[in-house]
Design a protein around this ligand. Sequence first.
Ligand code: THU
Length: 132
Amino acid sequence: MEKDSEKLIEIAKQAREKASAPFSNFKVGAVLVGKTGEIFTGCNIENASYGLTMCAERVAIFKAVSEGVRAFQKIVVVADTDDLTPPCGACRQIIWEFCGDIEIILANLHGKTEIFQMKELFPRAFDANFLN
Ligand code: THU
């Protein structure tokens, strides 16, 4: 793992600490990196009306888009699981929409990491190309 990625994983771990997950107790942190190095963090934010819960990845993406950043290079996702936690289906759709085929770095709290391309995790995506 490159030094840069190690730093990003550390930032995602810190973002994870801010998670508001009283219902699942499953905390997730994310870091989205813009094309020119901008960093947007996210954590999951749950609600007593469970379906309103927002995942860490989408929080990071919506923060970035709301700040006017639209070009991205990678996203890091950290959770406390032995089998590394990948983005959920809803997040995959949103990642594809705004970030396309970016690098996805998964990590846990104990040094395990895996790297994917978004296309591997989300083949044959539905996107704006179909809306002609
Ligand atoms: N969660 C995320 O934030 N990201 C993922 O990639 C998987 C799931 C959150 C949603 C919910 O707060 C908790 O994890 C359990 O599903």
